[in-house]
Design a protein around this ligand. Structure first.
Ligand SMILES: [Zn+2]
Length: 179
């Protein structure tokens, strides 16, 4: 595991597979993320795809030039966490909030957009750890939907109760980290 620079409290951190993208204008612009005011949750909208496949898609944009897209982290179907961009740099995930948020893309098995149990557990662990690290609470965790109205992450847009439960689970895990 490659550690990022600076003093980082790794307590409660998920295991990170750090597979940084090459700096390029389509997926890793290399611009400094000056302040972290929130965490934005996404879903891949590509059922059954793995975290590494999504990471490789972002990497491929440097040659494909088809769109600008990326995410700091991707949580996979087996709960694995792939990091694509350092948290000191911006990602192309959350439109107007790229400049002050960290993004998490989440893999899902089917078109409902529901997350399986191990993916969900890693999402909670990663989000809580990032919140603790940047002095945030679950109130600072938002959906892509909350930025642009896009149906992302689909399950948490269509099931408000599941979204509220996710934030409650994140807050509980933050409590474990600070205790
Ligand atoms: Zn999204």
């Amino acid at each position: 595991m490659v550690q990022e620079t600076g003093q980082i409290d790794w307590k409660g951190a998920p295991e990170l597979d750090v597979e940084l993208l090459d700096v390029n204008e389509y997926s890793r612009p290399g611009a400094t993320l000056k302040q972290v005011n929130g965490i934005v949750i996404h879903y891949t909208a590509n059922p059954g795809s793995s975290a590494m496949a999504n990471r490789d898609y972002f990497e491929g944009l440097k040659d494909a030039h088809t769109t600008k897209a990326s995410s700091h982290f991707i949580v996979g179907l087996e709960g694995e966490v792939v990091q694509c961009i350092p948290t000191t740099e911006i990602a192309y995930a959350s439109n107007d909030r790229n400049g002050d948020t960290i993004s998490i893309e989440c893999c899902h098995p089917d078109d409902t957009g529901a997350f399986n149990t191990v993916t969900y557990q890693s999402m909670v662990q990663l989000t809580a750890w990032l919140c603790n690290r940047f002095g945030l609470t679950s109130q600072d965790v938002i959906r892509h939907y909350d930025v642009t109205g896009k149906i992302c992450p689909k399950y948490f847009v269509e099931h408000e109760d599941a979204w509220e439960q996710f934030k409650a689970d994140v807050q509980q895990q933050i409590g474990v980290l600070v205790s």
